[in-house]
Design a protein around this ligand. Structure first.
Ligand code: IMP
Ligand code: MG
Length: 196
């Protein structure tokens, strides 16, 4: 395996393990929606969802897929805990009768997915499903409906494959834990809404 980035303590999921699992998720989504008429609207949650969605949609070559990105913000810059989600980018006004799949990097408190699910159903979607690469064992995650989960991971702060710390490390091809020396004072908060 490649040598990890010096700021990474431990690689939790290799690029190969992620690729294999995303292929399985793609096959599962394709099977589940095989009988559904019309289009599948895939909603990547920016910014973290962009890598998994890019890989996932290429496992759905038989589907009529539209991609509609949304941006969800959480407050704080270097904060490592979620402090409430807010929808920034607009969802398409009409989702009536459409099958919608929200795709995000990680399910932590569940605030992001619950917010989007409610909004999508309010707009009359035929179905609203969600897919995440990672899920943490939190109370919030346990009460959040999620149809496709790549991996259940321990409650640790991770980066890579779309996941960031203060905007960095999204480009790592694997998922790993961030070393203490890279945490820049730890759980400090800077002001302003940040894209998740
Ligand atoms: P939720 O709304 O609390 O479920 O959190 C979802 C968002 O929190 C994700 O889209 C991430 O941006 C962020 N997040 C939660 N845990 C982590 C982590 O371990 N590393 C990086 N970002 C995280
Ligand atoms: Mg983030």
């Amino acid at each position: 395996m490649q040598v990890p980035h010096p700021d990474i303590d431990r690689v939790l999921l290799t690029a190969e393990a992620i690729a294999a699992r995303v292929a399985e998720l793609g096959a599962q989504v394709g099977r589940d929606l095989a009988g559904a008429d019309g289009q599948l609207v895939i909603v990547p949650v920016m910014t973290g969802g962009f890598i998994i969605v890019a890989d996932l949609v290429r496992h759905l070559p038989q589907r009529r897929v539209r991609i509609e990105v949304v941006t969800v913000s959480s407050y704080g810059g270097k904060n490592m805990t979620s402090r409430g989600s807010q929808l920034l980018g607009a969802l398409p006004e009409t989702l009536v009768g459409k099958h919608v799949l929200v795709v995000d990097d990680i399910l932590d408190t569940g605030g992001t997915l619950r917010l989007l699910q409610a909004e999508i159903l309010r707009r009359g979607a035929a179905s609203s499903r969600s897919c995440v690469l990672l899920r943490k064992p939190t109370e919030g995650a346990a009460r959040t409906k999620c149809d496709y989960v790549g991996f259940d991971i321990p409650d640790e702060f991770v980066v890579g494959y779309g996941l960031d710390y203060d905007g960095l490390y999204r480009n790592l091809p694997y998922v790993g834990t961030l070393a203490m020396h890279a945490r820049n004072g730890g759980d400090t908060q800077t002001s302003g809404a940040q894209s998740t």
